[in-house]
Ligand binder design. Structure first.
Ligand code: KG4
Ligand code: ZN
Length: 347
């Protein structure tokens, strides 16, 4: 069964052809990073326009690279939620057109659920039940998964997503955009114990997340507390320009350690709660080397199997959309050509 996947929910225009839900025949991604870099974040209107310019080429390339005839495609799967509404619409229209022209069924895929499935790509099937942590630029969520299609939300962020915090802290440290990869790199030469940033675990056994306080703590560490009194030993003029490269690396490493600590603790809670023998991580932040190491350690300790995708399937891609689309197709969950895009999905 060959599925053509289409993804355009944020700043990556992507198409892929995947066989039987796991074998990736092609995965083409056109990134808009350079377009948004000078703004320090994704500008929605620019993103939609760039998707329009890229989508036909990206789809053609994915089909060509897969080396299959157009008529061999069995269904078209497309991200329909959640995401930037203008961006989603571009992929949706392209996917509908392809489904109509090829006379094949269309399936609508939830982008966050697809991140929780990405570890199955080019790999063995995920063994369920599983506890899955999806952490990306727009989402941080924990799920109890009974199958690729059966996800129960256990907790989510009440403010910033984990990746968003990486991006904002990189902005404060003047390290560029996107923040995750650069903080990951710079943190390697820093001391994670140098600065004690808060670990907002929220109370008791909560599985929700909050990252905006950690980001603010970094801001105050760098620029001082607005209106706050300086302590006597603290004579350094404030601002990131006054920090040495080593100090910047220490702040990056300490921030990363705080975020990873929280993610690891919550994943452990979710694993205990669900009694799952499989842990899954996905989303752009799952590319983070410290999180990957922490998740491996946790899985060993809990005697669980850890499933984490390679970097290329952590960040946004269409192979995960086609992969999950295969299961939706198998379950008969087809969409009509009036399938709508939704920016947000209710809990
Ligand atoms: O999954 P993704 O490509 O897009 C969304 O669905 O949001 O995730 C992008 C996010 C960005 O915030 C980026 O900074 C973060 O993932 N990211 C990382 C790393 N690579 C990407 N965060 C931490 N460490 C990384 N190595
Ligand atoms: Zn994503």
């Amino acid at each position: 069964m060959l599925i053509l996947g289409v993804e355009s929910s944020c700043d990556e225009t992507a198409c892929a052809v995947v066989e039987d839900g796991r074998r990736v025949l092609s995965s083409t991604v056109a990134s808009q990073i350079e377009l948004h870099a000078r703004f320090g974040g994704v500008v929605p209107e620019l993103a939609s326009r760039a998707h329009i310019e890229a989508i036909n080429t990206v789809m053609g390339e994915a089909l060509d690279r897969a080396g299959v005839r157009r008529e061999a495609i069995d269904a078209v799967a497309v991200t329909c939620e959640p995401g930037l509404i203008g961006s989603l619409l571009v992929g949706l229209m392209a996917a509908k057109t392809a489904a109509f022209v090829l006379d094949r069924p269309l399936v609508g895929v939830n982008h966050v659920y697809a991140h929780a499935y990405a570890a199955a790509l080019d790999a063995e099937p995920i063994e369920y039940p599983a506890a899955a942590l999806v952490c990306s630029g727009g989402h941080t969520a924990l799920y109890r998964c009974g199958s690729p299609l059966d996800l129960e939300l256990l907790g989510t962020t009440i403010d910033d997503a984990a990746g968003e915090a990486f991006d904002k802290v990189a902005h404060i440290l003047k390290l560029g955009f996107p923040g995750g990869p650069v903080i990951d790199k710079v943190a390697r030469s820093g001391n994670p114990l140098a600065v004690k940033f808060p670990r907002p675990l929220l109370s008791g056994q909560s599985l929700d997340f909050s990252f905006s306080g950690v980001k603010t703590a970094v801001l105050y560490h760098v620029n001082g507390v607005p209106g706050g009194r300086r302590n006597q030993d603290d004579r350094r003029p404030r601002g990131i320009e006054t920090f040495s490269p080593q100090e910047v690396a220490d702040v990056a490493a300490s921030f990363q350690a705080a975020v990873v600590d929280v993610l690891r603790t919550k994943l452990r809670r979710a694993a205990r709660l669900t009694a799952a023998r499989t842990l899954v991580i996905g989303g752009g932040v799952a590319a983070n080397s410290a999180l990957r190491a922490a998740a491996s350690e946790l899985a060993d300790k809990l005697h669980c199997t850890l499933r984490m995708p390679p970097m290329k399937y952590c960040v946004d891609n269409a192979a995960m959309i086609a992969g999950l689309g295969y299961h939706l197709l198998g379950a008969g969950r087809l969409a009509d050509l009036d399938l709508e895009a939704r920016a947000t999905v209710k809990r």
